[in-house]
Design a protein around this ligand. Structure first.
Ligand code: IMP
Ligand code: MG
Length: 186
């Protein structure tokens, strides 16, 4: 058995979404996003939030059949973002967002605090619209009232990894999405 398969086998609680399921859903989201923006003349900037969104981002934009530009931001939270809600920009945008449509691409909406911060950030900088595409949504953990506009799947209140999502920087390269056994992260 390959090294990665061995790790996954011992750490996995449940296989939540396999490669095919993810691909189909991402294609649906891309089509939905295309329809949503197709009659809007303003420039569309798709902003990936590093690093968790990278796999979703790369797959999603292939299904957005519109002229777009892309940019990235990296955010770090002080301690545990779910407690403090204080986030710091580690890598800022390069694009000027004034008058543009901004589509934020996230891996997962958990407490919602990161997203709340980002929505405010783009609104302050004069974006025309700000929408959110998130591969996953964990609604049970929400602490602020916020929801994604284009959401792949709802997930249970477990620790989720794969398809970009990590635990201590591991598992990001799994092409599928799993939950971890509690003993792995507790
Ligand atoms: P929020 O501010 O609590 O919504 O945090 C969102 C960020 O926390 C996401 O962008 C992820 O990077 C991280 N996160 C939240 N839940 C999980 C999870 O189950 N697995 C991996 N990362 C997670
Ligand atoms: Mg993240």
């Amino acid at each position: 058995m390959e090294r990665l398969d061995c790790v996954v086998k011992s750490d996995m609680k449940e296989l939540l979404f396999d490669e095919k399921t993810i691909k189909n859903r991402v294609e649906e989201l891309g089509t939905e996003i295309t329809k949503y923006y197709e009659n809007d003349e303003a420039e569309l900037v798709v902003v990936g939030i590093l690093r968790g969104s990278t796999l979703f981002f790369a797959d999603l934009i292939r299904f957005v059949n519109l002229p777009i530009s892309i940019d990235f931001m990296a955010i770090s939270s002080y301690g545990n973002s779910s407690q403090s809600g204080i986030v710091k920009i580690v890598k800022d945008l390069e694009a000027d967002v004034t008058g543009k449509n901004i589509l934020i691409v996230e891996d997962i909406i958990d407490t919602g605090k990161t997203l709340k911060y980002l929505l405010h950030y783009f609104q302050e900088r004069g974006a025309k619209t700000v929408k959110v595409a998130s591969m996953l949504d964990k609604p049970e953990r929400r602490l602020v009232e916020i929801s994604g506009d284009f959401v792949g799947f709802e997930v249970p209140n477990d620790f989720i990894v794969g398809y970009g999502l990590d635990y201590n920087q591991s598992y990001r390269n799994l092409p599928y999405i799993i939950s971890l056994k509690e003993e792995v992260y507790k």
